[in-house]
Design a protein around this ligand. Sequence first.
Ligand code: PLP
Ligand code: COI
Length: 364
Amino acid sequence: MSQDTPEFLLERHPNPVTPAERERLLQDPGFGRIFTDHMATVRYSADRGWHDARIGARADLSLNPSTLVLHYAQEIFEGLKAYRLPDGSATLFRPEANARRFRNSAARLAMAELPEDLFVASVEQLVRLERDWIPSADGASLYLRPFMIATEVALGTKPSTDYLYAVIASPVGAYFKGGGSAVTIWVSDNYTRAAPGGTGAAKCGGNYAASLQAQAEGAREGCDQVVFLDAVERRWVEELGGMNVFFVFADGSLQTPPLTGTILPGITRDSLITLARDLGMTVREEPYSIDQWQADAQSGKLAEAFACGTAAVVTPIGQVKGRKHGFTIGSGGAGEVTLRLKAALQDIQRGRSDDKHGWLHKVA
Ligand code: PLP
Ligand code: COI
């Protein structure tokens, strides 16, 4: 396949959702419940390389029971969003960054590395076709889920020789039920998500499987998300199950845990560091302990905290609970700096302010 202009063969869905039904579905999409008509796929085999790039009807996958992914979990994914701009056009936010992270995840999982231009072309061409599925309500968007699985039929533990890459699309509203209101998070002091030398910095399904027991424990305690501590000292705050975390101090400075290999390098995290610095704020990428977090929240040194990610956007953290911890941050609601950064990010994503870093990738 040519690597210069990756073109996907298009086979339209014979019975797509009607426009009236689509409009009804888009009224209240929730998160990850509704899917568009089409999907993009590309195949890889050791002898042919990347081939058979196509966009066709979204359909079930049929897998032999001894397909490698079902046994040894060679699976990676991405998450990015397409937005509708005020002029009706559609844009992706930093898809090149997702393409790079996808390649890094593949390398860590010993999978074939999808060329970045092929990744970008797959989401671009799927969004162009499905543009009517992009909700226009503020806070809503079309969530893209590129993923890749090992498809060789074998039972030996070894890197697969064959892969299926696919992209599905889902119109979404807010990730948390309360919309943009503050969430309560659970400190997991017994389960960890990632260890040094492990797969924490890769976006692989196994990391999420490892987080679900902790997430369920938090849910039983009335929490919305779980925050993980480092696996060595069980002391340093790393990230949430599906989001990075930022701390905002009373002196106006910001801090976020450094990327030491056990944390997912979030694209929202990276964008917010840039935007905060643009606004003249000091941002430190330094470790922060859970005990210090509690002490600073109680003394008032810490004013705000928030979670961030593609799905969560910027979500204020109001309360933290755990077996050994329990504290409220600021007033327990959304802080001023949190809201300012959220607005700065969303104004760029929605085309309401100057895209001075060139983050928007117009598609249609
Ligand atoms: N951390 C984890 C574990 C995640 O799943 C995500 C979501 O993708 C993030 C952080 C935030 O990454 P991004 O901002 O690129 O969506
Ligand atoms: C995303 O934000 O895109 C993620 O993959 C996180 C997940 C919790 C939905």
